[in-house]
Design a protein around this ligand. Sequence first.
Ligand SMILES: [Zn+2]
Ligand SMILES: [Zn+2]
Length: 301
Amino acid sequence: MSEPATRTQARTNRIGRHLPTSGGLEKTLRLAREQELETVQIFVSNPQGWAMPVPRPDAGLFVEGAREVRLDPVVVHAKYLINLASPDPELRERSARVLAAELVAAGSVGADFVVVHSGSHAGSGEEKGMERLVKGLAGARELAAEEAGTDGVAKPAEPLVENSVGAGTQLCSTFDALARVADRAGVRVCVDTAHAYVAGHDISTPEGARDVASELVAELGDRLALLHLNDPRNGFESHRDGHERIGEGHVSRGGWVELFKGLTGVPGVMETPYATPETDAEQVRLAKELAGGLSLARQWV
Ligand SMILES: [Zn+2]
Ligand SMILES: [Zn+2]
């Protein structure tokens, strides 16, 4: 039997990466153009500190530019310090307020989504942590809707809950837990491939990745709005975070191919270490190829 002469598989996953905003959003757009991104992720405030996002004078320019470059979706990653599931009421309150501000700030730069970590229950039990997380998400969305009204921002961005590596008392390292939060909070989710692997979802081989993709479709379906395309640095079930460039971690080429094949239409952004602009652009090309080819299938353009 010979192989069929034509490829029937066409790419449906839009590919992008996290980009810096330090040189201004105009520079971010230039990088997106040069690296031929189809989607992008940025921060709207320092992710390691509590400082609130401040309005950006270049927000309007970015909204227009992102439309021209056809970046879709535009994604913001929320602060790492946010823990909506914390048993500490002060930290919880602060987390909800900051997330609300980030949803509004993201809306003002035209972002569709804000990826937020599921947080930790800190020993108070998974069920209690989940309850607080669900409540915190609702509270932040309410607050964001009010603030967007006063700030004249058309629409706050939509929060996406990200799966964790399952270290210590972190919530949502399984797709089942992620689905429960999504259902109860009425939100969609982001799945980080490196987190999934070290948490015990084996995407390293083609067979494994095929199974994980089916599991994702069965558990989350349309609620899976985004992938974080990171090659795991650390071992299977190690519960240790760490992102390598695509092709430099534990996932085989075939693993990536099957993962993309099973997740039709889900966009993905890399959060891999920055290198030279050439290497970064090469990574984007590689991810596109693994997802089915350089050009998008017509209905996904
Ligand atoms: Zn994250
Ligand atoms: Zn991630």
